[in-house]
Design a protein around this ligand. Structure first.
Ligand SMILES: C[S@@+](CC[C@H](N)C(=O)[O-])C[C@H]1O[C@@H](n2cnc3c(N)ncnc32)[C@H](O)[C@@H]1O
Length: 413
């Protein structure tokens, strides 16, 4: 089977992360929040008001306070609420100002519920962000600074603004829920707050994006939980639940990851070796996507790996019939190697073996070399249904997913 060069696509994000929540997701988020009817509800980054309206539909007696930096937000909120919300104040401001509690307290004394769908962007670092994070109790997360997701800052700001015992329903990007970078944040969150529930959302939950997001329901009080309820909501809006320990939740707050870990535990228990035990080389290519586009010679990128060839030995000689005379900078795929996509929406379906030919690789492709005796079995296992499920459960990411080298090395072989 032949693999040959394909073309690349790209897309650009909105500067303020204005991807609005679909109404049914807004209602779902509010339904997850337990406890007595709040007196005041806060919505930071309220946008067009999907979450605010859902909250006010449920808690019609509450007072609403919305904040958004976007000058169009006020008119959008007015249009959406018309007469539906009686007591509403809107502040046009940067929600990440250190003095926001002062601004908000001029409208409302105490906030006992908050809803939030923050922008999924990484803002330019300001010193006050460090104070917001620290004051909210996420000081371990500071080691990952200064490129911190706005979502973490919005969460921290909500915590600062809420009164003790207050409930927060917040939409978070997959990175906060799954990535190694944010593990210290999850540790702090689980230790200091009561995480009532984490729900993995379907990809189409927001207008104009298919970002992978989750809802977290958090209560600001002294006692943390000993177990966390995880849920996955499918496209048909049906939910499946499971419970994990706090240590497991610290690893990931993602239903799918843990459900697959449980489902395949008997298969994987029988396999005592890891990929790391048999790997001679596990490396990735050196060409960035931009270099792939501008390169004078063909470079094998994830887009060149057809999903229908997953698990097959392929002829890649259209990229090169012999070993390129290049420096050691280039990871070259050669016969016998197994190639696995490192990045991509369906990376678990992009696993091939090289039967013939040579190729320079983009940095989105891993090359795995094992002894000849293991090659057939490795490709069979990585490309099998259970292998794909395993890869999918390890991959994380808001838009394109990614697979870390350490996760791949942990593949039960
Ligand atoms: C993902 S949208 C969510 C909007 C709305 N809450 C919803 O769920 O549909 C994020 C919102 O945050 C606002 N935003 C972005 N950066 C902000 C900032 N620094 N301060 C306040 N609002 C901000 C955007 O204008 C946008 O309305």
């Amino acid at each position: 089977m032949n693999v040959s060069p394909a073309r690349l696509k790209s897309a650009g994000p909105d500067r303020l992360g204005r991807y609005y929540t679909q109404d049914r997701i807004g209602s779902f988020l509010v339904e997850q929040m337990t406890g007595p009817e709040p007196a005041a509800v806060l919505d930071l980054g309220a946008g067009g008001g999907s979450l605010s309206l859902a909250a006010m539909t449920r808690w019609s007696g509450a007072e609403l306070i919305t904040v958004d930096i976007d000058s169009f937000s006020r008119a959008k909120l007015r249009e959406r609420f018309r007469d539906a919300v009686v007591r509403h104040s809107h502040i046009r401001a940067d929600a990440l100002r250190i003095d926001l509690p002062k601004l908000v307290s001029s409208s409302i004394n105490s906030i006992d519920a908050a809803v939030c769908n923050p922008p999924f962007i990484i803002p330019k670092w300001r010193t006050e962000f460090g104070h917001i994070i620290e004051e909210a109790g996420f000081s371990s997360s500071i080691s990952t600074l200064p490129d911190v997701d706005a979502a973490l800052l919005f969460l921290a700001q909500n915590i600062r603004l809420m009164s003790k015992g207050g409930a927060l329903g917040i939409v978070l990007p997959d990175s906060l829920v799954s990535s190694v970078k944010y593990r210290p944040f999850r540790r702090d969150l689980l230790a200091r707050f009561y995480v009532e529930k984490a729900v993995r959302l379907p990809r189409n939950s927001f207008a104009k994006t298919d970002a992978q997001a989750h809802i977290l329901v958090i209560r600001k009080n002294a006692c943390s939980a000993s177990a966390v309820v995880l849920q996955e909501l499918n496209e048909g809006f049906e939910g499946r639940e499971l419970m994990v320990s706090v240590e497991q939740a610290e690893d990931r707050l993602d239903f799918r990851y843990h459900a697959q870990r449980v489902a395949f535990s008997s298969i994987y228990r029988a396999r005592t070796r890891r990929l790391s035990d048999i790997t001679q080389v596990l490396t990735r290519g050196c060409f960035t996507s931009a270099e792939v586009k501008n390169s004078n010679y063909p470079v094998l990128h994830t887009t060149d790996i057809p999903e229908e060839l997953c698990g097959c030995w392929c002829d890649i000689s259209s990229f090169g019939k012999s070993q390129p005379a290049s420096g050691s900078r280039f990871a070259i795929a050669e016969p016998g190697d197994v190639l696995v996509a490192r990045v991509g929406r369906n990376l678990e379906r992009k696993v091939i073996g090289v039967a013939k030919g040579y190729a320079r690789l983009s940095d989105c492709v891993y090359k795995i070399r094992v002894a000849e005796a293991h090659r057939e079995l490795l490709l069979k296992r990585l490309g099998s249904e259970s292998g794909r499920v395993w890869l999918a459960s390890q991959a994380y990411g808001v838009s394109a997913k990614q697979l870390t080298k350490s996760s791949l090395l942990a593949f039960p072989f």
